[in-house]
Design a binder for this molecule. Structure first.
Ligand code: SAH
Length: 215
């Protein structure tokens, strides 16, 4: 069983990431190592290495492996970087960031998802992740500025607070738009924000408030 999952994980890296042009050795190493199947519900473990998103409860999804790799690669992370993540979700992307960067601050609006991501990440032994439950569109002002910011749910427009919390020279990656979404890379150079449009994407919307959860 474990062997099958390991083989599937290696296949994911070869066929979904390397074959599509992901080259960053840190990203590839992280995704070779992290047991993605532990970030989905038990009955979905055998699907964890497939080429797509999967439901994680509360009508949210764990992102497609390629998207995780693609976004992380564009952040151009260094080992000394402090990273802010908005939308913890399953915690899988958080683990990828925590493998590469120095420290990760992650914000999730749905308490049950935040709790289960935290449990998984703590069980796996990550000690460089700080968790917050709430609306991430305000960022994490007490810990700003950040070297990199990643948003994994789509706002209609990029929240000003997130731009403000980007360090000079810092990078932010964020899916923007309602309906049609574009993945954007923002680089801060002094007071200037340099925007690059990347892929067309489909993320869940960035919410203003947590939805009511079923008991
Ligand atoms: N990176 C995650 C993606 C999860 S989907 C993964 O691969 O598992 C996006 C997540 O953003 C969801 O968990 C959703 O609850 C969360 N989210 C939506 N709006 C938010 C907001 N305003 N603040 C923080 N998290 C938010």
């Amino acid at each position: 069983m474990t062997k099958d999952l390991e083989a599937s994980r290696e296949e994911m890296v070869e066929q979904q990431l390397i074959a599509r042009g992901v080259v960053d050795p840190q990203v590839l190493a992280a995704m070779r190592k992290i047991p993605r199947h532990l970030f989905v519900h038990e009955e979905m473990r055998s699907a964890a290495y497939l080429d797509g998103p999967l439901p994680i409860g509360a009508r949210q999804t764990i992102s497609q492996p390629f998207i995780v790799a693609y976004m992380t690669e564009f952040l151009g992370l260094m080992k000394t970087d402090n990273v802010l993540e908005i939308g913890t979700g399953s915690g899988y992307q958080t683990a990828v960031l925590a493998e590469i960067a120095a420290e990760v601050w992650t914000v999730e609006i749905i308490p049950s998802l935040a709790a289960s991501a935290r449990r998984t990440l703590e069980t796996l032994g990550y000690g460089n992740i700080r968790f917050k439950v709430g609306d991430g569109s305000g960022g994490w002002p007490e810990e700003a500025p950040f070297d990199a910011i990643i948003v994994t749910a789509a706002p209609a427009d990029i929240p000003a607070a997130l731009k403000d919390q980007l360090r000079d020279g810092g990078r932010m990656i964020v899916p923007v738009g309602r309906g049609d979404q574009r993945l954007k890379l923002i680089r801060r150079l002094g007071d200037r924000m340099i925007e690059t449009h990347l892929l067309s994407v489909r993320f869940v919307p960035l919410m203003d408030a947590a939805p009511k959860e079923n008991p």
